[in-house]
Design a protein around this ligand. Structure first.
Ligand SMILES: [Zn+2]
Length: 261
């Protein structure tokens, strides 16, 4: 791991949000946790001391990777058992107790509330690293107490491109065969690294179908049930992606549903 971003180098705070793509934020979270407890170096982990070596072995007694017992969210019990109770005691051996919470955007509101007091009045040895793809599901009370570190430069794709692609799909997909439908996935690949653009594309796609429903309702025309199913498929895809589900699988499944197969 190279150099840590500026925000992480000085004035150790107690709570950080590392916002970005999964592998990037985890690599940085690990590097930071290792750095915090390194016995030799103040700027970058030495990799040689006992703390660094124990960390690399995956058994550091003062670094906690918070695990969730549920598939889709981090609940209040996870937070109480693994963070709040653990924070009550001093570090086992090293300087900081570091809590790494990946997919922090899946913390339920109750779980976030359970964390609040610990973040507001942190023990001097406690450090939180919340790793998230995006932070909009975190409560303002949590956000305001964390240092937000945005990782990576997501390439924003212009709005017009979303709109054109969304219309093209809504216009043509039901008349495509399976191969043609699956080939559409290629068009989504550019969106894979840009969560913001993908969300906008799915919103546009949603609007394309909503527009069709509204227009035919206005004309007292028949309303195609498939359009409603398509909207459901788009919403479902948004949810899966918000929870860091597999991008390609989610998009391909959506395309098949839009196709009607
Ligand atoms: Zn070290």
């Amino acid at each position: 791991m190279g150099e840590l971003p500026e925000q992480l180098r000085h004035n150790i705070g107690h709570a950080y949000i590392l916002e970005g793509e999964a592998s990037k934020r985890l690599a940085l979270g690990r590097a930071f946790a290792k750095n915090l407890n390194c016995l030799e170096s103040s700027d970058d982990a030495c990799g040689q001391c006992i703390s660094c070596r124990v960390f690399e072995s995956g058994n550091h007694p003062d670094v906690f990777f918070v695990k969730t017992t549920k598939a889709t969210s981090i609940g209040v019990d996870d937070v109480r058992d693994q963070i709040v109770n653990e924070m009550a005691t001093k570090p086992f051996k090293y300087k900081y107790k570091v809590f790494i919470v990946d997919k922090a955007e899946t913390l339920t509101p109750a779980a976030q509330n359970a964390l609040l007091k610990t973040i507001e009045e942190p023990a001097h040895y406690g450090v939180f690293l919340f790793l998230a793809t995006h932070v909009h599901t975190l409560l303002p009370t949590i956000l305001s107490r964390c240092v937000l570190v945005k990782l990576g430069d997501e390439q924003a794709i212009p709005e017009l491109e979303h709109e054109a692609l969304a219309e093209e799909i809504a216009d043509n997909i039901t008349s495509m065969d399976i191969l043609g439908t699956m080939a559409l996935y290629k068009r989504f690949e550019a969106y894979k690294e840009s969560r913001e653009s993908m969300t906008k594309l799915l919103d546009m796609l949603y609007l394309s179908y909503a527009k069709r429903i509204r227009q035919s309702a206005d004309k007292n025309d028949y309303v195609n049930k498939h359009w409603f199913n398509s909207i459901a498929a788009i919403n479902q895809t948004k949810e899966v992606l918000a929870q860091n589900g597999n991008f390609q699988l989610a998009v391909e499944l959506m395309l098949l549903k839009l196709n009607g197969s």
